[in-house]
Design a protein around this ligand. Structure first.
Ligand code: NAP
Ligand code: HSE
Length: 444
């Protein structure tokens, strides 16, 4: 009888993702064996607190609190890092690669900040460093870019890359939940980072965008800058306004390459319900890739949570064992994208603005605004004040033909208070104009 090969893995972390990995390896061990002829065994598991109650049976697992017992163990073939953060994950992953162990990680912060260095160490030591779970949870977006679009040249990426924010925004829009209660639900479901500031302030989505950009464009992640805005300022009244305009608010990550430079941004946008990202609900993520041969490609799936993320981790382990995983990608040659294929009309940039109608903090706001942006002539066409019932309320809400960047800069420079600016991607249609009030009412 043929002898079954046994492979030992060391698990760094037994939280949401680590628990999913243990469950999936146990539940699918027979299937994995039949696919590969390999039995995967968890050798040791690093945790912070050995006494903590676990959601999987741990009697058969050796829980430890000293990471070197994994990265220095010669019997361990693959290290799975699902602990998060830079310290001590960076040192442990580096040591594991230096000793020739393969590493699978779900840690986007580690990849965005130290990816280039770690990939080089992996190459130098003939080890694999795979990270499918770091972006889009269960969506195979990394492998798609690496293996299935390698003859394509990507000119833009656009997507929803944070499950926690998407869950919060969906619950606020559909259930009228408060930001706080929706965040608490996302945390209870295991979607959020240990410190959810990373989710709600857009850092997590920025790390993911940097990773995708470094694969799609001729750049390395450590050198990239992302213009970032979180979702903490979004209020119920913004959701109401979005709904009135057949739109929805999403945290959108965007990246593009113009042949010279890469532009990356993460921030909330008001997008029309016809947009392919508008229907992406709860913890689902989506990535829209525009490339020269394939055209548009939309990948959708669960972007956070125990089992979808565990799926991506285990597929990386399988890929290593099959020795089919694509090797580390070589730097991409710079190229000039065909910009005529880019979507959208960059010449007209509209924004949604909400600002407190407070004569002390925001003195003469309307006059200054209209003057600065030269909106006096034909003002009704150029400025859309939203919601009759809100015209005399504490907040003004309007659509303005000014880019979100220009508008934000102007508001900051002029020290206005209590405002929110979102790029507005919808049409300024007849339907939307139904919610217009006269500019004179707003200025008076
Ligand atoms: P988590 O639930 O907070 O679990 C982290 C685990 O690592 C815990 O078991 C913790 O030990 C252990 N740990 C953390 N710091 C440690 C230290 N200094 N020494 C020893 N053990 C330590 O995190 P998670 O949600 O599973 O996420 C893990 C990684 O996957 C992160 O990089 C995250 O960004 C990424 N990720 C998460 C998801 C998701 O849906 N949650 C999806 C994709 C990627 P204790 O249990 O003893 O505290
Ligand atoms: N906290 C992350 C999110 C986990 O909510 O998307 C998945 O990377």
């Amino acid at each position: 009888m043929e002898k079954i090969r046994k492979v030992q893995i060391g698990l760094l972390g037994l939280g949401t993702v680590g628990t999913g990995v243990v469950k999936a390896l146990r539940e699918n061990s027979g299937h994995i064996l039949s696919q590969l002829g390999v039995s995967i065994e968890i050798n040791k598991v690093l945790v912070k607190d050995i006494e903590k109650e676990r959601r999987v049976e741990v009697d058969a697992l050796q829980l430890i609190t000293e990471g070197s017992l994994i990265v220095d163990d010669p019997d361990i073939h693959i290290v799975v890092e699902v602990m998060g953060g830079l310290d001590p994950a960076y040192i442990l992953v580096k040591k594991a690669l230096q000793s020739g162990k393969h590493v699978v990680t779900a840690n986007k912060e580690l990849l965005a900040k130290r990816g280039q260095e770690l990939l080089q160490i992996a190459t130098d030591h003939q080890a694999h460093l795979l990270y499918e779970a770091s972006v889009g949870g269960g969506i195979p977006v990394i492998r798609t870019l690496q293996a299935y679009l390698s003859a394509n040249r990507v000119s833009s990426l656009r997507g929803i890359l944070n499950g926690t924010c998407n869950y919060i925004l969906t619950q606020m829009a559909e259930q009228g939940s408060s930001f706080e209660s929706a965040l608490a639900q996302a945390q209870a479901a295991g979607f959020a980072e240990a410190d959810p500031t990373s989710d709600v302030e857009g850092y997590d989505a920025s790390y993911k965008l940097m990773i995708l950009a470094s694969m799609a464009f001729p750049v390395i992640s450590e050198e990239l800058q992302v213009q970032r805005q979180g979702i903490t300022e979004i209020k119920a009244m913004d959701m109401t306004m979005a709904k009135k305009m057949d739109s929805t608010i999403k945290l959108v990550a965007e990246g593009s390459y113009d042949g010279h430079s890469v532009t990356l941004s993460v921030g909330p946008q008001m997008i029309p319900n016809s947009d392919s990202l508008a229907g992406i609900r709860d913890e689902f993520n989506a990535v829209l890739i525009h490339a020269d041969v394939v055209g548009d490609l939309l990948l959708v799936g669960k972007g956070a949570g125990e089992m979808p993320t565990a799926s991506a981790v285990i597929e990386d382990v399988m890929a290593i064992l099959q020795s089919e995983s694509p090797r580390i990608r070589k730097p991409i040659e710079p190229w000039m994208p065909n910009t005529s294929s880019n979507q959208g009309d960059a010449s007209v940039a509209w924004s949604y603005l909400r600002i407190k109608n407070d004569p002390h903090k925001n003195e003469n706001f309307m006059e200054k605004f209209v003057q600065n942006f030269s909106l006096i002539e034909d003002a009704k066409r150029q400025l859309v004040v939203l919601g009759d019932e809100h015209a005399a309320s504490d907040d003004w809400m309007m659509l303005v033909p000014v880019s979100a960047i220009d508008l934000s800069h102007w508001l900051m420079e002029n020290h206005f208070h209590h405002w929110l600016v979102l790029p507005y991607q919808g049409e300024i249609s007849y339907e939307n104009k139904k919610v217009v009030t006269h500019l004179s009412e707003a200025i008076s």
